[in-house]
Design a protein around this ligand. Sequence first.
Ligand SMILES: Nc1ncnc2c1ncn2[C@@H]1O[C@H](COP(=O)(O)OP(=O)(O)OP(=O)(O)O)[C@@H](O)[C@H]1O
Ligand SMILES: [Mg+2]
Length: 234
Amino acid sequence: MLEVKNLSVWYGATEVLRDVSFSVAKGQVIALMGGNGAGKSTTLNALSGLLKPKSGSILFEDHDVCGRSPHEIVLLGLAQVPQGRYCWPTMTVRENLELGAITRNDKQGIASDFEDTLTIFPVLKQRLNSRAGTLSGGQQQMVAISRALMARPRLLLMDEPSHGLSPKVVEEVIQAVRILQERGLTILLVEQNVGVAASLASSAHVLRNGEIVLSAPGKDLLDNPELLKSYLGR
Ligand SMILES: Nc1ncnc2c1ncn2[C@@H]1O[C@H](COP(=O)(O)OP(=O)(O)OP(=O)(O)O)[C@@H](O)[C@H]1O
Ligand SMILES: [Mg+2]
């Protein structure tokens, strides 16, 4: 479904991603790991069109999306949950979700996805008219995920959804990702939490200094938390 080949991204004169290659098959949850500054968000931002790669190719289904605009990429079915539970804090939860569907005009589909999203995160039902900024960190993460789902993606990019949340809330986020997984959504999950990655992903790639230094098919890598932690710098 997604095939990334020799992706390189530069910020000014600095190369922050070098020759990154990996693929994600339909229905898989794949983890992208690495310590702070390794290039995880840069990779996701290149895939979603927020950054223009210097070279390489990104094939999403049959489309070469490398260098296309974020708008075009969302329309093709690829949505991103940005790092830091990003919501529009002064808008209500309902408005945040509605903005997630801004690229669509199928009213009925939007309404049914809205209801559907609330079945995944029922706690948001009571908060629909609250400003997103007044919600707890965990609930804001749920709004951020819901907003991405409102674009009805076939591939979801998630940037550290567990970061900074309490263990109980992390468990709720894991449950939500499992539901999405069972529905057949394909997910590229950026995670530094080895436990979260191991409980969701079927395989993992590890980035260090902008390069993939370790990849393993199946659970091999995820079954080896000590090795992973050494690559994450802990
Ligand atoms: N706008 C920018 N301009 C210049 N350098 C940047 C910019 N954004 C990120 N970088 C640098 O690019 C490298 C990769 O950053 P990136 O945000 O992709 O890392 P990350 O793996 O997501 O880290 P974290 O776990 O902290 O989110 C880092 O060295 C970072 O300092
Ligand atoms: Mg990041």
